[in-house]
Design a protein around this ligand. Sequence first.
Ligand code: PLP
Length: 373
Amino acid sequence: MSEFIPVFAPLLDGNEKKYLEECIETGWLGSNGPFVKKLEQEFSVFCGQKFGSCVTNGSSALDVSLRAMKAVYKWEDNSEIIVPSFNIISSAQSCIYNKLKPVFVDAEDNTWNIDTNKIEEAVTNKTKAIIIVHIYGLPSNVKPVLEIAKKYNLKIIEDAAQAHGQTYYGNKCGSFGDIATFSFFTNKHIACGEGGIVLTSEENLYNKINYYKNLCFTKDKFVHNDLGWNLRMSNLQAAVAYAQFEKLDRTICIKQHIGNLYQKLLKNIPAHLSISQTEYAKNHYWIFGIVLNDDVKFNAKTAINKLAGENTETRPFFFPLHKQPVLKKLGILDNIKRPVSEKLYERGFYIPTGLNLTDEKIEYISKKIKRLF
Ligand SMILES: *Cc1c(COP(=O)(O)O)cnc(C)c1O
């Protein structure tokens, strides 16, 4: 078997086509269309929040969320926001675009989520919020974060772009933050190419989000008091996202099947695999990760290249935010080490979990991985 195996592939076998046809037949293309409204209403209820506002992607969801919070809570420039160092650039970038300072906290060795024991030492009198990011399919340990937030009067933004439908002690990811954000990028559990949503139960925040995402239009049409952005999501994208939302349970089932099979097939390799569960959640395996043990003689890059030679696409883990060249250039980095995120990048990579993977392909991939050792 030498057919190329991509690291991810979506499954568009629900109502995606039907709903797209509906858009075309009715002429509803734009962001005021019925699928946008349905998705906003139903996804916010599903996640336990009052309001939903669709946006262009998960990164812009964070941009507009921080801007709305900064305005509503009157944060000064250079206020500090705590962000996991083992993370995609989006949340740090959103802080900087909004003249806020990201402060990075290292990951836990076991779950790869933010190390909640290290949050409190990062809090200063400038800290205003914590961004929790649920990493790779397992939720962050939310409870200690909520306690710290309460103690220091901090807001919480929950980046749940990898955790649609995931729960923490039975409560939905996306229900804990003052704001929660999701992405609907192609490789997320709800996918429509590009898209995202912001959820909140605070009407003030919701109104500000809608204001900034829609060019800061006022009732006096074409008269503007502020500069905003156009971050509106189209009805076409929402049609696909809504169809994907309808079958989210099945998507999660498929992911868990893939994850469970890898667990079984790879259990003896000298590496730390994505863990199957914690006390508070079962893994949804947004990705299936492998972190090579210290005594393995090669690093993640070598494994990635070797597997590419076997027609198997894999990806490196996140490059730690506290080492990002762009952030160094901007002069916002400190000299604190975050050894876990640094190790995760050196030693970690993730393997295919496309929704169309057959057991046979999972076995093939596992065989090639075992052969690396
Ligand atoms: C995918 C992702 C984003 C960014 O979403 P886009 O839609 O690609 O902009 C942000 N945060 C996390 C945790 C993500 O996984």
